[in-house]
Design a protein around this ligand. Structure first.
Ligand code: C2E
Ligand code: MG
Ligand code: MG
Ligand code: MG
Length: 279
């Protein structure tokens, strides 16, 4: 009813505001059927060895290919999906599609790489999450060591439950990563208790490389991860001098536009052929 009256109130809004409202309402309303209509698509961004440029893993990033609005970025609809609970079926679709794709690449004979999949807290803490992960791996016959789940620091809101889920994932052999690490800077105190494999340094730190004070922060975050025996990945690498600084500070893996933007599967497979070791 609210949406309907919003539409009828058209003349009360300025054209600009009205345009945003229409877009938001449209997205909200159509999100529910987007999967059934085959409008969801995963893009892939390589994660590379910063010394050699070789691809060591890949992150799957969701795009909504809307018939009128074009590609809608996740930042625009994921928060809505989290709010409405739609994130659960969407997240299951993402997990399935990513695992299926990785298995396909393996069967095509490419070097085996880990696929990193983003998971929302709400999805992560949903009752049957572990079961879904198990089922997806089994259905696609994907070895669990080739799946990594990326979750943000916001799991801290429900830390004990999250630790339990992570421990189950560990038992399954699935890797876990803290995404956007350092952004909320609440994670320091709990980091030691989390059974994780990787921290992914938030791109704001990488963006700040070049500034003396901020560089001290980057170094501190990297050292923290290394001292805890975690893998450390950098995101948002756009320039060569950032690569050099990361290497200097012993961060050896990263991703960013400098190497490649997230690309559709057909394009990623070309990168996979060009930029991996043949063995
Ligand atoms: P994220 O997981 O931290 O992903 C990194 C974001 O940074 C991606 O934005 C990526 O395209 C962008 N990026 C990569 N390299 C660079 C760079 O060099 N410079 C800059 N400025 N940006 C770079 P994207 O694809 O728009 O995704 C935004 C966020 O949406 C993701 O952040 C993640 O939190 C969320 N997201 C994406 N896909 C999914 C999904 O399947 N499920 C869930 N729950 N969240 C997702
Ligand atoms: Mg991520
Ligand atoms: Mg991130
Ligand atoms: Mg992010």
């Amino acid at each position: 009813l609210a949406k309907k009256s919003g539409k009828n109130n058209y003349e009360f809004y300025t054209p600009e505001l009205n345009k945003t409202m229409t877009r938001k309402t449209k997205i909200e309303r159509e999100l529910r059927s987007a999967i059934d209509k085959n409008q969801m698509e995963l893009f892939y961004q390589p994660q590379v060895d910063l010394n050699t440029g070789e691809i060591v893993s890949v992150e799957a990033l969701l795009r909504w290919k809307h018939p009128e609005l074009g590609y809608i970025p996740p930042d625009e609809f994921i928060p809505m999906a989290e709010e409405s609970g739609q994130i659960v079926p969407i997240g299951e679709w993402v997990l399935k599609d990513a695992c299926k794709q990785n298995k396909t690449w393996q069967e095509e004979g490419h070097p085996k790489i880990i696929i990193a999949v983003n998971v929302s807290v709400r999805q992560f803490q949903y009752g049957n999450f572990i079961q879904k992960v198990e089922e997806t791996l089994r259905e696609n016959a994907l070895d669990p060591q080739y799946l990594k789940l990326e979750i943000t620091e916001s799991i801290i809101q429900n830390i004990n439950e999250s630790i339990m889920v992570m421990e189950r994932l560990n038992e399954l052999g699935v890797k876990t990563s803290i995404d956007d690490f350092g952004k909320g800077f609440s994670s320091l105190s709990v980091l030691k208790n989390l059974p994780i494999d990787t921290i992914k340094i938030d791109k704001s730190f990488i963006n700040d490389i070049g500034d003396k004070t901020s560089e001290a922060m980057v170094k501190t975050v990297i050292d923290l991860g290394l001292n805890l025996n975690l893998n450390v990945i950098a995101e948002g690498i756009e320039e060569e001098h950032q690569v050099n600084k990361l290497l200097e500070n012993k961060c050896f893996v990263g991703q960013g536009y400098y190497y490649s933007r997230p690309v559709p599967a057909e394009e990623f497979v070309k990168l996979l052929m060009e930029r991996t070791l043949i063995y």
